[in-house]
Design a protein around this ligand. Sequence first.
Ligand SMILES: [Fe+2]
Ligand SMILES: [Fe+2]
Length: 344
Amino acid sequence: MYHILIVDDDKTNLSAAKNALSGTYKITAVTSGEQALRFLKNNVCDLILLDINMPEMDGFEVMERIKSDPEHANIPIIFLTADADPQTESRCLEAGAMDFIAKPFVLNVMPSRISRLLELEALRKDLAGQLEERTRHIKHIQRMMVLGMATMVESRDMSTGGHIKRTSMVVEIFAAKLAQNKSFLSKSFLEKVIRAAPMHDLGKIAVDDVILRKQARFTLAEYNAMKIHSAEGARIVKQILEGIEEEEFVKIAVNIAHYHHEKWDGSGYPEGLSGEEIPIEARIMALADVFDALVSKRCYKDAFPYDEAFEIIENSSGTHFDPQLAKIFLECRPQLEELYQNIT
Ligand SMILES: [Fe+2]
Ligand SMILES: [Fe+2]
């Protein structure tokens, strides 16, 4: 049964409305805005009938306060007023009321207007729910496709099997530590960085197999060909995410792909950015990326022992890595060692 809250300081109107509706709906009747707000603190309802002219808090103020609370912002409100002039009517609708009922009530009209409005509201909720579900589904498919692409790209590169998965887990551990240390990095930002991490090397799709699979050191020309993966990755990531994912996430994912090989001292690629010019998401990724490369076995090198790997990270603080981030990354050592012991 729908629950309707009626707010009117005039007790005669209140009981008229209550009598007309109480057979069909659950009714809560209160005589002031204050009482209505108090009721809404601990209760929910499906519709509010709100008198405009009340002493102390008028209907407009009550409505503004209800709408400013995200939990109640979507409850439809019908204004009740004795001043049924066009100005009042348009002010009510502009303020966000769903409808407007003149007092005294025409008793056989009011219930049908209310039932129509509740029907419409139920339909709106249903559609909004369906849309949300569909959007969630599309996003899920899209995420799976991106991960699939990343895995496909990785499978061409014999030397880095598991790199995408591992770096993502490293970023996750690092992000948890950053959340404790750096209050300016919000939880939602860090979540996006974690979600974008698997896409960092997507641009390798544009690098020739011969180069990706080369078992010896790169020539300069090969190294340059390999380097295009960052700018190319940014282009691809933007193309597949734009319009589907929210803007901030697209920006983070693009920056990670584009700038994860930049270095703090400006000696990285592709743009030679330095210091804080490098987006922080890419500075975070750089640490995870290099760490995994160090402690994993590649066809051209053995895995470095942890002592040596962490020493390299420490010594590259301020040259390759953002010193503040590197310091926090080093604090993740116990968790990182545990992670690699479990996955290798
Ligand atoms: Fe890369
Ligand atoms: Fe990488």
